[in-house]
Design a protein around this ligand. Sequence first.
Ligand code: GLU
Length: 543
Amino acid sequence: MNYKILAERLLPGEYPSTESYEEKYPPRALPKGAEVTRLAPSPTGFIHLGNLFVAIANERIAHQSGGVLYLRIEDTDLKRKVEGAVEAVKNALRYFDIKFDEGAEIGGDETYAPWYQRQRAEIYRTYVKKLIEEGRAYPCFCTEEELTALREEQTAKKEVTGYYGKYARCRDLTEEEIYQKLDEGKPFVIRLRSMGDPAVKHKFHDEIKGDITVPENDQDVVILKSDGIPTYHFAHAIDDHFMRTTLVIRGEEWLASLPIHIELFEALGFGRPRYGHNCSLMKQDGETRRKLSKRKDPELSLEFYRKEGYFARAVKVYMLTLLNSNFEEWYLKNPDAPLESFKFSANKMSKSGTLFDLDKLNDISKNELAKLSAEEMCAFLKAWADEYGTDAQKGYFADGEKMLKVLTLCMGIGGKKRRKDFTTASQAMEYIKYFFERPQSHEEYRCDGETRRALLSGFLTRYDPSDDAQGWFSKVKEVAAENGFAAEMKDYKAASEAYKGSVADVAEVLRIATTGRVNTPDLWTIQQILGEEETRARLKAAQ
Ligand code: GLU
């Protein structure tokens, strides 16, 4: 068969020479050891923890080696494309402080652009044409129905499914058969003519999993679809070669396709980047562990973390804890160091499924937020409220000084011990709500209504906002004594049956009346922040 004529018939016209591409996209001038890594999401609109996991690993490996991280958009599958998805990817990764050096919607050095695969069609076709000319690729005219029937036949026979060996019907079509089908205008795809034998296995070094065994490929995979756009397999080989990627860290769902990729690089005559296949994130679900699922687990989506208002550094700390086995110990010793100063290594990444535990993340979040100053916390909450908060919540920031006082108190700043009550921005905003909105409901009082009213009115007659904390507390004691409660705890402990309760119970009534809650920081300070008018109004309303 004359492959040159066939190639011209299938992909007519002049294509640039392969040498010209090698010149156009030269090896990068980077110091020895510098890694070029990438994130290559499909614009499906769903960006998830797995993407972030891989992004952090790629970012660390690129930047700590003095290399480059770029963003490539793998938009070859139009069916899955969602409007605004690239913006969503960019925003999500920016939130987690993943800095790209170049890429789609990022800009940077244009040498290796374009970064959208659909804009690279000519490069792919050049190489498809070359493979056809060399007899390493051929047209396949099988219809969807025929392929489905083939799959069913193979499944029934318990054989490996796919287009390979004796099942690769179009692989050995004669020249006449091919031209006849082309003349009939039959649509076709281009498949790789595989030369591999899966019985032959090779040792392969995976940067994460270590030494593994990989069988040769024998699948005649589609490399160019009928619309003239390549498949992921083919496009990634071309792009990682010409964007001069040195290391591909990607999800382990791609491990099964590695034999195909190895053969494609060989067929194309390209040197291969190194690969690291990252384990999946698992969730403990009762007795079993399962992969985090898009349908069942809202925490899989990165949008979840932004909506809830997770502190980006906390999420990153947790991800690093999961990614590198020695990170936790390093972080204990260096709790305030920039995360970039941790030496990240691919070979310390987990080789099998990693357990993702939201409670653990929440603990880390509490610790991280407890490191912030009131000003930093305010900026973090405001940024969240601007995007996700209600109008009422946006209004909390109208009086900046008040907000700082609230945060100083609620975070225990300046006190003996920092409080760790905040987990996320949404939770913190709910927590501080009573400073800005009158409580609509009150947690349960532990005394009857008559006693409550007596205590509240006893306090109201004595209340003076100019009292200091001590003076204030003396008055609470007076109210206690007047109503049959022990003013001193030691008296109450000695003879609790002689009292209705203690001064602590009186303070609790005042606390619930003022804030709606049983647990709050120091009540005197809360009333100071609220001011006389508001404090009185709340105590009266609770009578
Ligand atoms: N487009 C592929 C995905 O979204 C990228 C895999 C890779 O990183 O090579 O899963």
